[in-house]
Design a protein around this ligand. Structure first.
Ligand code: THU
Length: 159
């Protein structure tokens, strides 16, 4: 039997279409990207998390001469948020990237490992959160991490 999964997302063409809160979070992700440590890829990613308590926590990619020891911006931000506020769920996660000293035209999309961590955070707090993938020419908004990771592995397999 052939099965299909579709994903639902919203596309915007400019920041002016976003709410003030979302604009501020994208700005926070942009600021974070400027503090990335990416001497090897020169691809600087920033992530900003808006928590249910109104706090914003940011992260940027942290690379290492031993390449696999580095970590993506999304996981730096999420692990930081979850370690500082272990009881507080997320409202929104915004991600952007700087390449050749400019924000990328295309929205940056999280890697598989980050999607897995993003999903864990969503399931942990039993609350879907919005994901904003920012690009200068296109902004993608997803209502739940489930959209980004069909047929995901989660804690239900461990029971
Ligand atoms: N990177 C992120 O931080 N987030 C993404 O969504 C994609 C990739 C980082 C990992 C590495 O430091 C650099 O970008 C190039 O892959």
């Amino acid at each position: 039997m052939k099965q299909e999964r579709t994903i639902t997302f919203h596309e915007y063409s400019s920041l002016s279409e976003m709410s003030q809160m979302d604009k501020l979070l994208i700005e926070a992700a942009h600021n974070a990207a400027q503090h990335a440590y990416a001497p090897y890829s020169k691809f600087k990613v920033g992530a900003a998390v808006l928590l249910a308590n109104g706090k914003t926590v940011t992260g940027s990619n942290q690379e290492n001469a031993a390449y696999p020891s580095g970590l993506c911006a999304e996981r730096v931000a999420l692990f930081s948020a979850n370690s500082q506020y272990p009881e507080v769920g997320l409202k929104t996660l915004a991600i952007c990237a700087i390449s050749n000293n400019e924000l990328t035209q295309q929205p940056v999309t999280p890697c598989g490992a980050c999607r897995q961590v993003m999903l864990e955070t969503e399931m942990r707090f039993k609350q879907p959160y919005k994901v904003i993938l920012y690009g200068k020419g296109k902004i993608i908004v997803i209502e739940s991490v489930h959209e980004l990771l069909p047929l995901a592995f989660d804690d239900s397999f461990l029971k």
